[in-house]
Design a protein around this ligand. Structure first.
Ligand code: CU
Length: 245
């Protein structure tokens, strides 16, 4: 079920009535610079695939959006060393101390109901890691609507707006959590991704919005990867991260 429409980022057209030669020249210069920047970024992403990762972790300022096409996605979406995918228990077991996990917002054509995260073929799997493990999540939105990843200690069930509900103390969360999350209080938000716009429904569209969220899980306990778009986590777009001491 699709309960959120694509966000329209259209901007009002600027008034061209006062355009001067200076303005036009400035615009051309800016356009050239932007094109150069985009070209450089595209080269990094498509040229080296997974090598383009690493920046944009929560400790490194804002998480930026980059674009993944089908070719680079297919190259990066193989199960890395130190990771075991267990279909019967719907579990991703990580034994390495540092790992990159590709997490898709499931495309519309993928079997399954509603909106969910897809990791190496498993829907909302339980990720089991050892204490002290650093996980580089690469969230890729392959769906046709907007999604927004986050890593939190707040446990389900989630309210329509998980963050606002917690901040206002009116969430449906109960107080059995950890790290200050008690009695409906706030849990921790270890990483909050940018909104990742959806792709068009066109099957030939090869531009997927993606972002890196890097978290080092230094304390054992239960954490969750969830979607912050209103209603998505409430409807089940989340999975557990079990950090074992
Ligand atoms: Cu979502």
């Amino acid at each position: 079920m699709r309960i959120m429409e694509r966000i329209d980022t259209g901007k009002a057209k600027s008034d061209r009535g006062f355009a001067s030669v200076t303005t036009i020249v400035s615009v051309i210069i800016i356009a050239v610079l932007v094109f150069a920047a985009i070209s450089a970024a595209a080269f990094v992403m498509y040229g080296s695939g997974i090598g383009g990762f690493g920046s944009g972790g929560p400790g490194g300022g804002a998480n930026s959006i980059f674009i993944v096409n089908n070719t680079s996605f297919n190259r990066m979406n193989s199960v890395p060393a130190g990771v075991a995918v267990n279909n019967s228990s719907n579990t991703i077991n990580v034994t390495s101390k540092s790992v990159t996990l590709i997490v898709e917002a499931a495309p519309t054509w993928y079997p399954g109901q509603g909106d969910f995260w897809l990791i190496y073929g498993l829907a909302n799997p339980n990720i089991v890691i050892r204490e002290g493990t650093t996980v580089h999540f690469v969230f890729i939105n392959m769906d046709n609507i907007t999604h927004m990843p986050a890593i939190t200690t707040n446990s389900p069930p989630y309210s329509y707006m998980p963050m606002q509900g917690n901040m206002m103390g009116s969430g449906t969360d109960s107080g059995s959590g950890m790290m200050g999350y008690q009695g409906g209080g706030n849990g921790s938000w270890l990483a909050i991704g940018p909104m990742l716009p959806g792709t068009s429904a066109n099957a030939n569209d090869q531009a997927y919005a993606a972002s890196n969220l890097t978290v080092t899980f230094s304390s054992s306990g239960n954490y969750y990867y969830i979607c912050l778009i209103p209603g998505h986590a409430q409807m089940g777009m989340y999975g557990e991260i079990s950090v074992q001491g």
